[in-house]
Design a protein around this ligand. Structure first.
Ligand code: HAM
Length: 420
């Protein structure tokens, strides 16, 4: 095949059926779980003033290296969203809905990442956010929403990692302690981690590079820096999860890649995937973000689930089979008129997946297409049937004779056949 003139840009994919069918089923399952839990769908624009996303944290890779930002024709500096939490907070600050405000979302995000399997420059997320409450039981409820969603789509090999980043003062004290510790141990850090240390000592804790591991293991623990209030809240989240039967692993080094978090943070990892891309979802509290975007000082908590990666995790477990999309019935028509078109339309209106061969092909060619299609039954309309206002109902698999029915009985006859 000749080289095509254009190809999809690096890090993007052309998603096609059955992948798209499975993704749609996944999003529908999430929508249902979120609706049951009292969330309403919000769809913010895919691009915003770049300032909205800078609030994610100027020192993060997401803002620093990966943002798709550009000037539009009106001279505004715009960025494609790398995630949706900041957008949701911008919506809240602008629209001021009643609190607690519970929003769920679905859609594409853009990050200029090193593309590899499970890490793309355009990827979909579903997510949920609640703005306006500091109740730690809400943290538990949100984690449970994500957990029940994974269960519902049949994903069993998921581990919940849990941490508390404390309040901003706790985190600042901890960051300084880490800076001092890593500075004392510079020789035991990789060059990349030394560079990260200059920007954000917390992010060094997130290094997955082998030579850094011993130094990271012996680093100070954030839990020793938590205020009494933050500790109590964290304990409440843990007892809530235990009560709901949701297992978790306390992971002190879980710092997450975005800077807006405080208190509860969590990640869902699928051990069946490569370690560098095994996070299938994550989230946490971001109590200062709405105020940071110029809104009222309302706390927030939420999570996002990577649709593409969750699908890879499903593949590893043979979970979430593609919903049926093959035609159930194939209409084979060799009459001169529009009988075939009419029968197909009638079947589809009755909720049956019906298809036909276009282009006036021979009976033989059409029957071949019918057999290839996966349909269980064919509706056959030759010139004689057309004149008599009748059709043949012909089983395509196994035994069974063709029967002849009047036009107006086609739908019923097909339905009866499919129900057998
Ligand atoms: P995040 O951890 O950056 O958090 O992304 C959440 C999930 O999106 C990841 O666990 C992963 O499954 C997926 N994901 C991220 N980047 C990529 C990529 N390049 N390719 C494929 N999948 C990816 C957030 O986005 C936060 N907004 C979550 C949140 C909501 N925190 C509070 N509320």
């Amino acid at each position: 095949m000749a080289q095509p003139l254009f190809q999809a840009p690096p890090g993007t994919r052309d998603l096609m059926s059955p992948v798209t069918d499975r993704m749609r089923a996944m999003v529908a399952a999430f929508a249902d779980e979120a609706t049951k839990a009292g969330f309403g769908q919000v769809t913010p624009p895919m691009f915003e003033d770049v300032g909205v996303f800078v609030r994610i944290g100027e020192a993060t890779d997401v803002v620093n290296k990966e943002l798709y930002a550009f000037e539009d024709k009106g001279g505004r500096t715009i960025a494609l969203r790398p995630e949706q939490t900041a957008s949701i907070c911008r919506v809240f600050a602008q629209r001021r809905p009643l609190t607690p405000w519970k929003a769920w979302y679905y859609g594409a995000n853009f990050r200029y990442e090193q593309a590899q399997k499970g890490r793309y420059r355009q990827f979909d997320q579903v997510g949920a956010e609640v703005i306006g409450s500091t109740d730690p039981d809400l943290d538990t409820e949100l984690i449970a929403l994500a957990w029940r969603f994974y269960q519902r789509i049949g994903l069993t090999n998921v581990t919940l990692l849990l941490n508390s980043l404390g309040d901003p003062d706790d985190r600042a004290a901890y960051t300084e302690a880490l800076r001092a510790y890593f500075t004392d141990n510079l020789d035991n850090l990789t060059a990349q981690s030394r560079e990260t240390l200059g920007r954000n000592p917390l992010r060094v804790m997130d290094s997955k590079r082998e030579p850094d591991q011993t130094t990271i293991r012996n680093a100070p623990h954030l839990r020793d820096f938590l205020s009494a209030e933050a500790s109590t809240a964290f304990e409440r989240v843990q007892s809530g999860l235990t009560a709901l039967g949701i297992p978790f692993e306390i992971t002190p080094r879980l710092v997450r890649g975005l800077d807006y978090y405080n208190r509860t943070t969590f990640e869902f990892v699928a051990p069946g995937l490569d370690a560098a891309q095994n996070a299938v979802g994550g989230g946490g509290r971001y109590d200062g973000l709405v105020a940071n975007l110029g809104g009222p000082d309302e706390p927030g908590i939420g999570f996002a689930i990577g649709v593409d990666r969750t699908l890879l995790a499903c593949d590893a477990e043979d979970a979430l089979p593609a919903p049926a999309t093959a035609p159930e019935v194939w209409v084979v028509a060799t009459s001169e008129g529009v009988e075939g078109l009419e029968a197909t339309d009638r079947l589809r209106r009755a909720g049956i997946r019906a298809d036909r061969t276009e282009g006036g092909r021979s009976m033989k060619a059409q029957m071949k297409a019918a057999n290839k299609s996966g349909a269980a039954v064919a509706v056959v309309i030759g010139p004689d049937e057309a004149t008599e206002n009748r059709a043949g109902i012909k089983p395509l698999r196994g035994q069974g004779d063709q029967i002849s029915v009047a036009d107006e009985q086609i739908v019923q006859a097909v339905q009866e056949f499919l129900e057998q």
